[in-house]
Design a binder for this molecule. Structure first.
Ligand SMILES: NC(=O)c1ccc[n+]([C@@H]2O[C@H](COP(=O)([O-])OP(=O)(O)OC[C@H]3O[C@@H](n4cnc5c(N)ncnc54)[C@H](O)[C@@H]3O)[C@@H](O)[C@H]2O)c1
Length: 348
């Protein structure tokens, strides 16, 4: 069962597992279908794999619904992606982050503990973020032993859920693994996030808001590389262990936006200068972490994973995908999927 499989990374993960691995089983996508969850992200997969891909709408905070779905399909592995994921939204309304990310993870852990008892041929994998480690200065990297120091309601809620997952390993012997990853980019990314937001603003010729002085640094990883890392941990990782995942690819926000201007200009056949002049600095996000950088040597050395996608190519693919899918963007932004959902899933 993949929770949150209709979101950005979950959908890319399901597509990756079904099309690029030797997995022969069935995937249950358990998703509440919030504003960020979109069944259309996997419409082609649903057509191609009718017997091996099932969508079950449900809330991870609903113990009965979770238990029913786990029982119905006799689920033996959970990849837990479902979360409220946008830092700015967590600043405006932290309650939903506490509910979904902490209470929802707790509900899932209790449900699998009840279903699996002492089984060891099962797995609960928790997908988490490097933001739990806090903020770095100019030097250093986050390792798996860096003390947690979350700064936003989002990262605090993810830190709490990480701790619950570890506690279930130590206290109840539940078979768990965890991964903490840096910023992802790629297709199906909800357009509130930096990279798709900028591409779409560029396409419309709108100004490009950059927080503060633009010097905040993030490490970027192509989403399919993250999917491969999660699959690697799920199939080769040691129970109870955490693996940091990153792109070894640090960029200041301003420089990243400038590169996006250049890539989008090339894709649209327009002069880059026209786009670069749209950049505007806006007041900084409260508690904005200065720098994130991941040391992913553990997963590289122990499990043989490494980031594959070169950043320039990954960005070109991403720009091309957004420009080629205006209907997806329009539907996601306009909330048309709500209607689609009510039509297709109201009976469930
Ligand atoms: N996006 C990143 O760069 C990044 C980096 C590292 C880790 N992560 C983690 O990866 C996971 C997925 O992130 P994403 O960017 O794909 O998020 P997303 O916001 O695109 O998708 C979240 C999905 O979870 C579903 N969901 C939300 N609340 C739910 C609930 N109560 N019950 C069931 N489903 C619910 C949504 O409908 C959506 O499909 C999250 O746990 C996030 O913390 C994200």
């Amino acid at each position: 069962m993949v929770t949150g499989g209709a979101g950005f990374i979950g959908a890319n993960f399901i597509r990756y597992v079904l099309t690029k691995t030797d997995f022969t089983g069935r995937i249950i996508n358990f998703d509440k279908l919030t504003y960020a969850g979109n069944p259309e992200n996997l419409a082609d997969i649903a057509d191609q794999y009718p017997a091996r891909y099932v969508l079950e709408q449900g809330d991870i905070c609903d113990p009965k619904r979770v238990a029913d779905v786990l029982q119905k399909y006799q689920v033996d592995a959970v990849a837990h992606f479902a979360a409220e994921s946008h830092v700015d939204r967590s600043i405006l309304g932290p309650g939903e982050f506490v509910r979904t990310n902490i209470e929802g993870t707790f509900t899932l852990l209790e449900a699998v503990r009840d279903l699996w008892k002492d089984r060891k041929d099962v797995l609960f994998h928790h997908v988490s973020t490097d933001e739990v480690y806090g903020s770095l200065g100019q030097e250093g990297y986050f390792t798996e032993t860096t003390p947690y120091d979350p700064r936003s309601p989002y990262s605090a809620s993810k830190a709490a859920s990480d701790h619950l997952v570890s506690a279930y390993f130590h206290t109840y012997g539940l078979a768990v693994t965890k991964s903490n990853c840096s910023n992802n980019y790629g297709p199906y990314h909800f357009p509130e996030k930096l990279i798709p937001l900028m591409i779409l603003k560029l396409q419309k010729g709108e100004t490009l808001p950059v927080y503060g002085d633009g010097k905040n640094i993030r490490d970027w990883l192509y989403v399919e590389d993250h999917a491969e890392a999660i699959w690697t941990v799920m199939t080769k990782g040691v129970l109870g262990e955490t693996y940091n995942v990153g792109g070894e690819n640090e960029w200041e926000n301003l420089k990243l936006v400038q590169v996006l201007c250049e890539k989008t200009a090339v894709a649209l056949g327009r002069p880059a200068q026209e786009f670069l002049s749209l950049i505007r600095f806006v007041p900084d996000r409260p508690g904005h972490d200065r720098r994130y950088a991941i040391d992913c040597s553990k997963i590289k050395k122990e499990l043989g994973w490494k980031p594959r996608t070169e950043f320039s190519q990954g960005l070109e693919k991403t720009v091309a995908w957004y420009l080629a899918n205006p209907e997806w963007v329009q539907n996601v932004v306009s909330g048309a999927y709500k209607t689609w959902l009510e039509r297709n899933y109201s009976a469930r």
